[in-house]
Write a protein that binds this ligand. Structure first.
Ligand code: 4NP
Length: 153
């Protein structure tokens, strides 16, 4: 299973999502391939935001190895599941889909946490440190439920 996590800048939410998912999958012994990308190109080549790195390090899930890249149409062929952080990311991804079948691989990551009150992961970029901790908790809930589903297959 190849899973791509997508946000706008690829320096806050999606690298955190990649870090959470790869950590929890490894802990459970589930073999998946993960990557992340941004629909925007503003931060290409940069490491995750310092606040995202700090929030993850605190949880023992370092993400300092990750570098931002832009989402491309080819990602629809490279990945089995494309998980967007918010509805705008999802719209911009689907606009690039080569076919409806490709487009159907893309969904919101919080679709995997149907009992969580929020459907979208809020952009923590312009807020404070606590926003990154909230993002972490949401991503952990969604990732655990996604992995539960993979284990049952
Ligand atoms: P992300 O957060 O999409 O979670 O990586 C953002 C990072 C940078 C910007 C926007 C959102 N920006 O506009 O530079």
């Amino acid at each position: 299973m190849r899973i791509l996590l997508v946000c706008l800048g690829n320096i806050c939410r999606s690298p955190m999502a990649e870090g959470v998912l790869r950590h929890l999958a490894q802990e459970r012994g589930i073999a998946i391939t993960t990557d992340s990308a941004g629909t925007g190109d503003y931060h290409v080549g940069e490491p995750p935001d310092r606040r995202a790195q700090a929030a993850m390090r605190k949880q023992g899930m370092a993400i300092n190895d990750l570098r931002a890249r832009q989402f491309t149409q080819a990602d629809f062929d490279r990945f089995d599941l494309l998980l967007a952080m918010d509805a705008e990311n999802l719209r911009n991804m689907r606009r690039l889909a080569p076919s409806p079948e490709h487009a159907s691989k893309a969904m919101l990551i919080m679709d995997h946490a149907p009992h969580h009150p929020l459907r979208e992961v809020p952009d923590p970029y312009y807020g404070g440190d606590e926003g990154f901790d909230e993002v972490f908790r949401m991503l952990k809930e969604a990732s655990n439920q996604l992995l539960d589903g993979l284990e049952q297959r």
